[in-house]
Every structure is written in structure tokens, then in C-alpha cells.
Design a protein around this ligand. Sequence first.
Ligand code: ARG
Length: 462
Amino acid sequence: MAEGANSMWGGRFAGGVDAIMEAINASIGFDCRLFAQDIAGSRAHAAMLARQGIITEEDARAIDEGLTRVQGEIEAGEFPFRAALEDIHMNIEARLREMIGEPAGRLHTARSRNDQVAVDFRLWVREQCDAAIDGLTRLIRAFLAQAEAGADWAMPGFTHLQSAQPVTWGHHMLAYVEMLARDRGRFHDARRRMNECPLGAAALAGTSFPIDRDFTAQALGFDRPTANSLDSVSDRDFALEFLAAASICAMHLSRFAEELVIWSSAQFRFVQLSDAFTTGSSIMPQKKNPDAAELLRAKLGRIMGANVALLVVMKGLALTYSKDMQEDKEQVFDAADNLMLGLAAMEGMVRDMAPQRQALATAAGAGFATATDLADWLVRALGLPFREAHHITGTLVRMAEEAGCDLPDLTLAQMQSVHAGITDDVLGVLGVENSLRSRKSYGGTAPERVREQIARWKEVLA
Ligand code: ARG
């Protein structure tokens, strides 16, 4: 082999690679994160090769012991990572050869880096799905605890960020439980679909060796081997599905982060965030800034960016493997790291936040929030068509606005000047508590419905 040629594939090369080629080609700087998955995949592969009589038991044992030592070195931070060896697969194999000699060269029988990286990366993404599901479960519990503590507390419900109708704090918290539970479902679904083992597809066409793909699939915790070798080495749907689920989840985190930014402002004061998740200003002593919430709001940008970036990497690739696909990992690593951090930060913020019952209740009645209740009463009590009731209520709202008061502050005489049939029964529906209690349709905000949902979610999570 020529001096400087790559020891893993240098046979047909007369010279070494340019330093810039090495820089653009090497992935070891980031795919070193796949070391545990790479070693697990190699272990399963070597065991299978021995069982099938493709390598000797003795060689398989030497490989297995050597891989244990390699893993020990990496975990101890003593492993000599070398950019000249490109990626994690060749770094580990080369080190194995230094340790155990010739048997190391038999490990790559009936295998290619194409199926090797596919299985390593799938194992890594599968673990991240599990981590996301765990993080989501903890966050859901935090929202549920908030819902339970203030199940019947009144707060304004908004559309267009304008006061719409009073709702309960518990109901608002449970809206996030619903969203996050769908996220959990998406990671579960993605995990189920990705749980097929591409190892044994070899470079792209399968292999002439009598391998047992069911054995390796099972050894690595997969449901079954993938059924098409071309697809096996060229598919990155599993990473894309993870990123898509992560993007939607980060969008949910971002929406609550936005609510926290608004709610914690001096103008709203709906919640107090803990010192643990806020910062001060270096110049304005009164400030308590919701930095963690703001950063969470921004995280979606990079997670969704990763999703788009990987879609663009994949979109023009003819089957099967192309080196473009090496660009898959950094995007997924970054997105996964930020998603896990975001879930943990949000869990902390939700656990610590203190909703301000009085401020929420005061705001709940403001902005003519019970106007719909008045219109509904006109329909129920006076038999008016809803459109007419809507019009009469609108007139009363204008009257209150002009008088500088709220709807319940209008006198009966003032109301009767708009519609003579109005009686003092109407006063009962203008209060926030009555309004909340009345919205007891399934999925509605009434405290009794909210408590039923809390009980249901507790059962689901038990
Ligand atoms: N480092 C490569 C990657 O991440 C491994 C697969 C390389 N295969 C190849 N035929 N060059 O995609």
C-alpha cells in the first residue's frame, strides 16, 4: 500500500488524500457520538458470523473482548480518535486491529459501512425517541399538577389575544396536556416504524454469505430485519420522522413559552416565574426576565431548521447511499440535544411557576368576557333567535363601554331600554363563576368537566 494511503480502503490508491479532502470527508468529529451503537452493532454481527460458521468462535471471542476494551478506552477518554480514519466505524475497527490483530479484519465480512452506519444511527435515534417520550411524560405530569391545583380558578380565555370568554386555569393547563400527549404518540409511532434492522443489507445488494438477519435484528432489539437492501442503506425516514415529531413538539413548547412571556409581564401578572428560570437586568433593577421561556421559543427555529436541512439533503439522491447522507447526523444531534434541554427546562418552569389566582380572576371578568353568556340567556329565556340576541348584546356592550363600566354594572332599567323583555334573572349569568359552571358540554371548561379530564389523564399516566 502506498505511503499515506488509507489503511482501510487504500488498496487501489497510489497516494494519500489532500488535507482539505480529509477535512471535508472526516465525520469522526461528530459521529464519535455513535460509538456505543457501533460497538453494539459489531458485537451482534460478529456473534452472528460465528453462529453461521462464517468466522470461527475463537475469532468472534477475540473480537468481542477487543470491542469491550475499545469501549472502555472511549468511555475513559483515552481513545486515539484519528481524522485520517474518517469516521467512527473505521476508527473503532483500526483500533481493534491494533489490539487483537488479524481477527479484527474478519469483522467486516458480509457488512459495509453503508448498513453499519444505517444501523448505528437508527439505534441512536431510537434511544432519542425513548428519551423524548420520557421527557414528555415528565412535562405532562407537571402540567397536570398545575391543572389539579387550580382546576376551577377563573382566567380569561383568549382568541386573537382579545378577551373572549372566561375559562378555568385547569382547562388551559389541560390543553397543553393534550398537545404533549399527541407529541408522545408521534414519537411512539416513529419508534415503532423505525424499529427494523438494516444490518445485513451490506453495501446495497445484500451478501453472498449465509448470514442470519433475524438473529442480528433480535440481538439489537429490533422487531425484524428490513426487507429491501437498497432501501435499507438509502433510507433516512427514521431521522426525518424524529425531526418532524421534534419540530411539532418544539412548536408546542414555543407556544407555551410565548404565553409565559406574556403572562409574566407587569401588564398581565398572571404567573410568577421562579428565580431559577429567570434572569435580572444589569441596568434595570426591577426586571425579572423570562429568558428560559424566550430561549425555548427560539429553539423551534433550529429544530425545524434541522428537519428542513435533512429533507433538502435527501431530496435529490438517487438510490442508494451517497456521501451526502453523512450530513444527516449533526442536524439530528443538534435537534435532539436542544429538544431534550427544552423539555427539561419547560418541566422546571411549569413545576415552579406560581399562577396568581386574584389577577387571573380579575382579568377573567374584564373585557365583557361574559357577553356570550348574556346572548345565550336571551336565547334561552326569551326565545330570541341567536343572531338577534347577538345584536342586542352588542348594543349593551357598547352602552357599558360608553358608560365606562362592565356588563354586570348596567342597571336593569338600562338593559330594558335595549330589550324590554330582560328581567333580573339575567344578573345570574353575568358573573364569571356562573359562566364557567355553565360550560359543561363534553370538552368544555366547566370545573366538573376539567376534574373528569384530570382523573382520566392520571389514569392514562398511572
Ligand atoms: N461516515 C459515513 C456516513 O456517515 C459512513 C458510511 C460511509 N460509506 C461509504 N460508502 N463511504 O455516512
